[in-house]
Design a protein around this ligand. Structure first.
Ligand code: SAM
Length: 288
């Protein structure tokens, strides 16, 4: 193995039986917050990388894929998203993409750990790219599950950008959390959440959709590949009471896509529609 000995390596431990290591140029920051351990390293291949509890959250080089697919699939499926709720998302990437929609009037981001926001503003400024200071952004430091339980504000889209169901994120995978979000969504409201790797975390998609099917009439999974999210196709769930992702008019998607300034680096209307076409193994996992 050609491990250069004069470099440090950071180890991704999502799958302890199949670890991934990234060559590190510099360790920029390490901190244990009351919620999780944070690491910010500058890697040779992917640039700066945020890890929480040893799991890669986002990197400078490939963050655009995840943040664009998690944001523009719901926001280009909704006719006029004015108020968007983001749960988690401490690095600011989802917030940045939401605010690129000119008709979004308010984006409320509920992040449990203020230290993640501070850390990412300092070490990963390109990801939030000023979004935290946008007058339309409202940043709330709170547990997302507690926030939605106590809120009565209507939202057009809710995006859950949480880590996997470990530590403080565990509550963001429970039925009462999803039920409270459904209560806040307007009639044409859309709910999207990350549902992990289709190859190494199939239970995450299966269990999430089983719960969501009890709440929403329309539910679908969509897939895309993120180099530093191990295990092949990564996935998100899409749920709504009124909007079936399979029948969103392509002209609406194109119209909303054309309003994005500047353009995207991954997302486009063709990919939006194609992402819902699932491989047989993924369909099989959801069917059993
Ligand atoms: N894109 C990453 C992924 O797919 O795993 C997630 C990135 S983002 C950094 C995850 C954020 O969720 C973290 O900042 C973490 O602090 C936050 N978080 C975890 N549990 C939470 C909770 N219960 N309420 C609100 N935010 C939470």
């Amino acid at each position: 193995m050609n491990h250069s000995t004069n470099f440090e390596w950071v180890t991704e431990t999502l799958t302890p039986d199949a670890i991934t290591q990234y060559q590190v140029r510099e360790v920029l920051g390490r901190e244990d917050t009351p919620f999780q351990s944070m690491q910010l390293v500058d890697t040779v291949r992917y640039g700066r990388m945020l890890l929480l509890d040893g799991v890669v959250q986002t990197t400078e080089k490939d963050e655009f894929i995840y943040h664009e697919m998690m944001t523009h699939v719901p926001l280009c499926s909704h006719p006029a998203p004015r108020r968007v709720l983001i749960i988690g998302g401490g690095d600011g990437g989802i917030l940045r993409e939401v605010l690129r929609h000119p008709d979004v009037e308010e984006a409320v981001m509920v992040e449990i750990d203020g230290r993640v926001i501070d850390f990412c503003r300092k070490y990963l400024p390109t990801i939030s790219n000023g979004a935290f200071d946008d007058p339309r952004a409202a940043i709330v430091i709170d547990d997302g599950a507690k926030y939605v339980k106590g809120s009565h504000d209507p939202f057009d889209v809710c995006i859950v950008d949480s880590p996997d169901p470990i530590g403080p994120a565990r509550v963001l995978f429970q039925k009462d959390f999803y039920g409270n979000i459904a209560r806040l969504l307007t009639d044409q409201g859309i709910f999207v959440r990350q549902t992990g790797s289709t190859f190494v975390q199939p239970a995450e998609q299966k269990e999430t959709l089983q719960i969501l099917r009890e709440i929403y009439p329309f539910n679908a999974l969509y897939v895309y590949a993120v180099p530093t999210y191990v295990g092949g196709f990564f996935s998100s769930s899409f749920s709504s009471r009124k909007i079936d992702p399979a029948t969103v008019p392509a002209e609406l998607i194109h119209k909303r896509f054309s309003k994005l300034v500047p353009g995207t680096s991954y997302y486009n209307p063709g990919l939006h529609l194609a992402a819902f076409q699932l491989p047989e193994y993924v369909k099989g996992n959801l069917a059993t």
